[in-house]
Design a protein around this ligand. Sequence first.
Ligand code: SF4
Length: 361
Amino acid sequence: MRPDAVRAWRDQETVRRLSRYRDIIDGKRIAKYLLAKDISCETPLDDSTDTLWKVHSQLHDEFVGYVHAVDAGEPRHETEDGRSFLHLKNELAWRILRECHFCERRCGSDRASGQTGWCKLGPESRVSSAFLHTGEEAPLVPSGTIFFSSCCLSCAFCQNEDISTNPNAGMPVSAEDLAKLAERLGQDGAININYVGGDPVPNTHTIIGSLIHQMSNITQLWNSSMYGSSEAMALIADLMDVWLPDFKYGNNECAKRLSGVDDYFDIVSRNHLTAYQNGEVIIRHLVLPNHLECCTFPVLEWVTENLPDCMVNIMAQYRPEHRVRRNPDDYKEISRRVSTEEMKLAFSKAEDLGIYWRTVS
Ligand code: SF4
């Protein structure tokens, strides 16, 4: 155990901002995905997609009230015929997969039938590694981290290019396999199940399917670049307890040039708001060299205004990797590490804004 992973919980602000997560660790509250299994879905799952989304919206409202009630000490109830809100989400995830719009690239490929989209993934999810991670933010350690292959962004400086650009990295997993993996990580001492990659977004169907088979009261954590579609976010928002989102860019232009996606700031800020309204959030912001004015400062300002109770990890570990390392002349402004002076400016901005920030080595 890392010493600061123990010390983190002596900090009252950390406890306050991650109070539900802490209570799940202590067995005082129930992980949301388990509570989603308590909400009955009476509508047949072969109904039209429009109808299923309407039912999803109604059950979401019921679910939010139920979580508050159980958190306040009211007893849980069970579904009557075993078809739950979680089963409805699973069905909707597979419908999304048939004309894939798990992320805002919205390729429309029928991945369920074997077509692939921009991320080069078909129906199968692959896990490149899964282990007890001791390098995550202190309150998350030890984290049962599951790395999925492929990604929906194309970051020029990706530090995980071996898995993010290779959809065939690792081993294929079914929903049942993934559940066994998660249960084993919990038995080995993980205090959360951490879905990352690459990115978990293209694997939403497998992750939701696995939650039908998982049974442990353990925090579910979404560790993502947050380029998911509004529909994927609606499915996941009720199931994740803690969010570990990346917020890289403060505008759409830097994102287009460095990560190859449109409307980044609009989509990612929207998804951060959804996460914040539905769970506890530790934002990761990787400081890029020469991107303070255009990215770091606007991100920190937006967070201050919109997510006042979240935590922020301001990260200094940028390295020129992947396309930046191979073609530094194409990416001159980020072809070096971030300087000490730049990090001081980032920290100073966070202090001025009153952000509750921490760094993790
Ligand atoms: S996850 Fe995104 S990139 Fe992959 S096929 Fe679906 S919409 Fe396209």
